[in-house]
Design a protein around this ligand. Structure first.
Ligand code: UT7
Length: 328
């Protein structure tokens, strides 16, 4: 039961200054700019400085989102941080962020759904507001993937970057806000994309370190096939739940993993490239941060107008996926 229409009332993003280019990667592993651009669309990505952890990136993005919503940190009732690169096991990055923001009245927790984490976070937050439990929820996707990337593995190191995006959710006018969510998981594909070291199954040890189990391991091609299938179908399912069609879409904000994956979703949805927010050439794949950074950038660039129909859609480790339809 929904008491109030809920929508996004503020957005913010932050990416670290340091740029890692394809040309630099050519010096690090056996690869080349042409291969990376044609296979992925990525030209450069950002890297956090040695002093920056995920909560620091999240802090910058969150301050902007809270200000854009016309609120202060004390107005936030709940903080959800979607991340697979928390500052530490615990306390949660959301608690660290709550302290840095001075959001004294907010409850806080992290959410782990890899690259789909931001959409999972939106679904959780919007339902908590729609039922009257909270008024303003800060949802953040923030990652320092460079800390779990093996820069000797050309299959993965060309893909990932660091950054954070944040939104504040609150009550909006009738006719605006979230229309549907479509979330899914297939744990049988968990081995395709994982960091298995350092947890309770494989605790950190000299053996786990030398086996590089604290880095991302990915069966790229299998994840690619899954992504191509799920991006289009999750978006279509979310549209159907919302009672809308692909003709209604003004802007698609997809997870920024690979331009070929985005293009296949565009083909399936009969959309031209201008109808998609694409920034992966600048930032690579930032996991849970990709969609909120792309959304914040679309807002900054004036690509989102009141009344527009947006479809957010992502997929990732778990395996997981998520899509949402909203009216801006
Ligand atoms: O957020 C979710 C996270 N993950 C993803 O979304 C990843 C999805 N997968 C992908 O984006 C693509 O599978 C990749 C970009 C990772 C790889 O592209 P691909 O077209 O699937 O290539 P492939 O893995 O089939 O490899 C083709 C060839 C191989 O050489 P051989 O065996 O044919 O001789 C690779 O060793 O390309 C080689 N290769 C590279 N060559 C130059 C793999 N990585 C590189 C590289 N530079 N960086």
């Amino acid at each position: 039961m929904s008491l109030y229409p809920v929508g996004i009332i503020g957005t913010g993003k932050y990416v670290p200054e340091r740029i890692l280019t394809n040309q630099e990667l050519e010096q690090m592993v056996e690869t080349n700019d042409e291969w990376i651009v044609t296979r992925t669309g990525i030209r450069e990505r950002r890297l956090a400085s040695a002093e920056e952890a995920t909560s620091d990136l999240a802090l910058h993005a969150s301050k902007k989102a809270i200000a854009a919503a016309g609120l202060t940190a004390e107005d936030i009732d709940l903080i959800i941080v979607a991340t697979i690169t928390p500052d530490m096991f615990f306390p949660s990055t959301a608690c660290l962020l709550q302290d840095k923001l001075g959001a004294k009245k907010a409850a806080a927790f992290d959410l782990s759904a890899a690259c789909s984490g931001f959409i999972y976070g939106l679904a959780t937050a919007s339902n908590m507001i729609a039922t009257g439990m909270y008024k303003h929820v800060l949802v953040v996707g923030a990652e320092t993937l460079s800390r779990i990337t093996d820069y000797t593995d050309r299959n993965t190191c060309i893909l990932f970057g660091d950054g954070a995006g944040a939104v504040v959710l609150g009550q909006v006018e009738e006719g605006r806000g979230f229309r549907s969510f479509e979330l899914g998981a297939d744990g049988s594909g968990g081995d395709l994309l994982k960091v298995c070291g350092g947890g309770s199954r494989v605790p950190a040890s000299e053996a786990s370190l030398s086996a590089k189990q604290h880095f991302i391991h990915m069966a790229g091609n299998d994840v690619f096939k899954f992504a191509v299938r799920i991006m289009g179908s999750a978006a279509e399912d979310a549209l159907q739940k919302a009672g809308m069609t692909k003709e209604d879409i003004n802007l698609l904000v997809p997870h920024q993993a690979n331009i070929r994956i985005i293009n296949s979703a565009l083909t399936r949805l009969d959309l031209s490239e201008e109808k998609a927010m694409i920034n992966l050439h600048k930032y690579g794949n930032m996991s849970a941060a990709s969609i909120p950074v792309a959304l914040a950038e679309a807002v900054e660039e004036g690509r989102v107008q009141q009344g527009d129909c947006l479809v957010l859609v992502g997929f990732g480790g778990g395996l997981t996926w998520g899509a949402s339809v909203l009216v801006w």
